[in-house]
Structure formats: structure tokens, C-alpha cells
Design a protein around this ligand. Structure first.
Ligand code: SMG
Ligand code: MG
Length: 368
């Protein structure tokens, strides 16, 4: 395949409600979309970096700079391109996994559209639909949290994830467990807000039968997670810490992680995400697909990934209306708690011209 042009589109979509995590509050989703143009097809990808480096080191404008100055030229220098050769060529540039992932999936989307093959089929999906889970932000009060949880359960979500931080942990989790009863699947995510010295405090979450506690400690603290795991009954899931298949093996073998959250952006692409899925399967470790408040572009691709066999836990795979009144693609919808895997070629969705225009902040194009 020959690439003729890559475009970057900065967009901003208002959120239906603010989304607060231990590292900040988002009122809208500012995202970067990548469009790959070939003589025969066009493909789209989404860079999941946030405007600020609060979740990880990457941020939107840094990712765009890496794309324009290093990643797009590296791909442009290839005589012929496939998704598999893209990742390989980009290993020359260190870091920037979210920027790399966006470029790779845009190219893969174009490649699969040309071949009339859905992304799910290309990745090895085994399910026609995936269960929908929802991530619930930190709220101003417990009654407000219980209201939000009620709304998501009424809508059909099959699993609730509560964002926690010091000062918003045991009390809200207890309140939710008492409110929803024992049958509802509940887990928590701290985005690294604790240290290993908080072990005794975090053990107070054990009575609430959580599916897991996600990333309680800092990204680089595998040893601390392993020590914490010995103090908790609640299984530990790692998100930010797992950036590659090698790190996944290290996390599993050290006892730091019993479960792994896979986000294609965090690990450098959907192909790398699949390798981590495979490595975890070989170790008997279940995985689930994480979310980064994606527009329909990234969301549709995540649904395809979640249909692989070892994604046995419910992911942060929600309907578009969890975050957006108007998505830039036809919305990803949930029916009876399930989201159908797209069956069209590539990622199966495209931006709606008018919606893209409305959300657009600026764009740039590079002819290759
Ligand atoms: O897309 O449903 C979603 C968001 C899920 O909580 C979510 N993501 O650490 O797992 C995580 C966070 C990172 C993004 S928070 C702005
Ligand atoms: Mg997380």
C-alpha cells in the first residue's frame, strides 16, 4: 500500500457531565484524530492522549509534534506500508505510544477498507458483541454518586467502576455496595493515587467484594504493587504500569498484577495490544479493554479488540452517550448491556462530516 497523505484533526467534544479522576477533571474531550490517505482508501485513527500529561507522560500537542516531526516522516520513508511494517518502523522512535498507536490504526483502517475486512476479523475476534461496562468519576457527594450509579445500572451497564482517591475511597465504595447489593459487579481505579504505605487503609476495601483494584500505586512501582498484593484480598489490576508485553510478563511474574487492563494507546497500538492479550492468556491472566474517553473512532476499534478470546472481563467499553450528546461518528450504542462488534470494513465507522466540522479546532496535512 502507498500512503499519499496524513492529516491531523484536533477536535473538542463537550462531555455530558464533568469526569473527575484522581489526576484531574475533564469538562470536554479534546482529542487528536489521524487520517491516512492512500490512492484507494482512507483510514481513521484516534490518539488517546489527553490535553495535559496527567494520565501518562503524553499529551495532545506533544503527540502531534512527535507525529509531524518524527513518526509520519518515518512512515513516509517506507517504500510500501502495511500496519505491521508501521509498528516496526516506528521502534526507531522511543516512547510516544499513543501517537504511534493512532498512526498505526489509521493506516490499518485504510488497509482493511481496501481489503474489505473488518478490524475484528483481522484481530481474531470470537464474539459478535461485548458486554458494556462504565467508569464512574469522583463526585461531590455520596448521594450524587449513588444517583449516577442507579442511572448506569438502569441503562443496562453490566459492571461499575468507581474512580477513587485518598479521601474518596472506603466511604463511597461502602455506600455503593450497600446500595446496589452483592450481585452487582463493582471495581475501583485509583490512577496511581496511593503509596504502598497506604496498604492497611486499602485493605479496608476488602470486605466490599470488589472485582479488582486498578492501579493503586505509581506507574513505575511494580515492586510496591507486588507487596500490596500480599496485603490485600482484592485482586490488583494494572493499567498505567503495563506498557509492553515484556512489562506484562514482569507484572505477572512478580505478583504485581493478577489482571491487566489493555489500552491500545498506552501500549503503542492494536497489534501490540493483541500481543499483550496473548501473553496474558498464556499466563492464565484475564484482561479487559480500558477506555480513554474515546470518540466513536477509537471506541469502535476498542469494541473490536474486546471481542478477542481472553478479554473475559467486562471492559470500560461504554456507549457514546455515556460521554457525548453528539459523537463525531454515528454513536456506538448499547442494547441490553451489550455493544455489537462493528461488521463493516476497517474500524467500521467514519466521522460524520458535519459533526467533525462542528467539533473541529484545527487541522494540518502532510503530503507524502
Ligand atoms: O473511556 O470509559 C472511558 C474512561 C474509562 O476510567 C476510564 N479511564 O485510568 O482507566 C483509566 C481512565 C483513564 C482516562 S480518565 C480521563
Ligand atoms: Mg485506569
Amino acid at each position: 500500500m502507498k500512503l499519499t497523505r496524513i492529516e491531523l484533526h484536533w477536535v473538542r467534544l463537550p462531555l455530558v457531565a464533568p469526569f473527575q479522576t484522581s489526576f484531574g477533571t475533564e469538562h470536554d474531550r479534546e482529542a487528536l484524530l489521524v487520517k491516512a490517505v492512500t490512492p484507494d482508501a482512507v483510514g481513521w485513527g484516534e490518539c488517546v492522549a489527553m490535553p495535559e500529561p496527567g494520565y501518562s507522560a503524553e499529551y495532545v500537542d506533544g503527540a502531534a509534534d512527535a507525529l509531524v516531526r518524527f513518526l509520519i516522516p518515518a512512515v513516509g520513508a517506507l517504500p510500501t506500508v502495511t500496519a505491521a511494517t508501521v509498528g516496526h518502523a516506528l521502534t526507531a522512535v522511543k516512547g510516544h505510544p499513543m501517537a504511534k498507536a493512532a498512526l498505526e490504526i489509521a493506516i490499518l483502517d485504510a488497509q482493511l477498507r481496501q481489503a474489505h475486512m473488518p478490524l475484528a476479523e483481522y484481530l481474531g475476534a470470537v464474539r459478535p458483541a461485548v458486554p458494556a461496562g462504565v467508569s464512574v468519576g469522583i463526585m461531590a457527594s455520596i448521594p450524587e454518586l449513588l444517583d449516577a450509579v442507579d442511572g448506569y445500572l438502569a441503562a443496562g451497564y453490566q459492571r461499575i467502576k468507581l474512580k477513587i482517591q485518598p479521601g474518596w475511597d472506603v466511604a463511597p465504595v461502602r455506600a455503593v455496595r450497600e446500595h446496589v447489593g452483592d450481585a452487582v459487579a463493582v471495581q475501583v481505579d485509583a490512577n496511581g493515587a496511593y503509596t504502598v504505605t497506604d496498604a492497611a487503609h486499602l485493605a479496608k476495601l476488602d470486605p466490599f467484594d470488589l472485582l479488582m483494584i486498578e492501579q493503586p500505586l505509581a506507574e513505575d512501582d511494580l515492586r510496591g504493587h507486588a507487596a500490596l498484593a500480599r496485603r490485600l484480598r482484592t485482586p490488583i489490576c494494572l493499567d498505567e504500569s503495563v506498557t509492553s508485553p515484556v512489562r506484562a510478563v514482569e507484572a505477572i511474574e512478580s505478583g504485581a498484577a493478577a489482571i491487566i487492563n489493555i489500552k491500545p494507546g498506552r501500549v503503542g497500538g492494536y497489534l501490540q495490544a493483541r500481543r499483550i492479550h496473548d501473553v496474558c492468556a498464556a499466563h492464565g491472566v484475564p484482561v479487559w479493554v480500558g477506555g480513554m474517553v474515546e470518540t466513536g473512532i477509537g471506541r469502535a476499534a476498542n469494541v473490536a479488540l474486546a471481542a478477542l478470546p481472553n478479554f473475559t472481563l467486562v471492559g470500560d467499553v461504554s456507549a457514546s452517550d455515556r460521554f457525548f450528546a453528539r459523537d463525531i461518528t454515528p454513536p456506538v450504542v448499547m442494547r441490553d448491556g451489550w455493544i455489537e462488534v462493528p461488521t463493516g470494513p476497517g474500524i467500521g465507522v467514519e466521522p460524520d462530516e458535519a459533526a467533525l466540522k462542528e467539533a473541529s479546532l484545527r487541522s494540518t496535512g502532510i503530503d507524502l
